[in-house]
Design a protein around this ligand. Structure first.
Ligand code: ATP
Ligand code: MG
Length: 137
């Protein structure tokens, strides 16, 4: 079974969109395997987005992702990585299709509500970063 790491970012939690996100993934038919609320340290945020450390927006991104609690989740189902990314919408909400989470609920790339793994390797890496094996068995 394919698994993806999905995290509701601090703005999504603050704006009370946790239920909406979970509801969409549940209604789609995916299985919630693990979930926890956690306030990431700057170090955890930098680690999570380590691939982007050379980008000009990196320090802003680290501040954003560590600015409050996130809801970290593991979802399971066929094609959940790719289809989950479609449900999130494009990175920049101004290009996200209406009907996607970012397309429906936000307007700024720097406050785009939600994270989703972008491939099999990153999904495995991210799940291992945020959860123990017992937590997602
Ligand atoms: P995520 O990894 O959070 O699911 P993504 O895979 O769609 O998003 P990435 O390229 O991995 O996009 O960028 C990670 C995050 O960095 C984006 O979701 C966004 O919050 C932030 N970001 C990306 N591009 C910019 C930018 N040009 N300016 C500010 N923030 C940005
Ligand atoms: Mg990404």
């Amino acid at each position: 079974h394919e698994r993806s790491f999905i995290a509701i970012k601090p703005d999504g939690v603050q704006r009370q969109l946790v239920g909406e996100v979970i509801s969409r993934f549940e209604k789609k038919g995916y299985k919630l395997v693990a979930m926890k609320m956690i306030w990431p340290t700057k170090e955890m945020a930098a680690n999570h987005y380590a691939d982007l450390s050379k980008k000009p927006f990196f320090s802003g991104l680290v501040d954003y992702f560590s600015s409050g609690p996130i809801v970290a989740m593991v979802w399971e189902g066929p094609e959940v990585i790719l289809t989950g990314r479609k449900m999130l919408g494009a990175t920049n909400p101004n290009s996200s299709e209406p009907g996607s989470l970012r397309g429906d609920y936000c307007i700024r790339v720097g406050r785009n509500l939600i994270h989703g793994s972008d491939g099999g390797e990153s999904a495995q890496h991210e799940i291992g970063m945020w959860f123990t094996e017992e937590e997602c068995s």
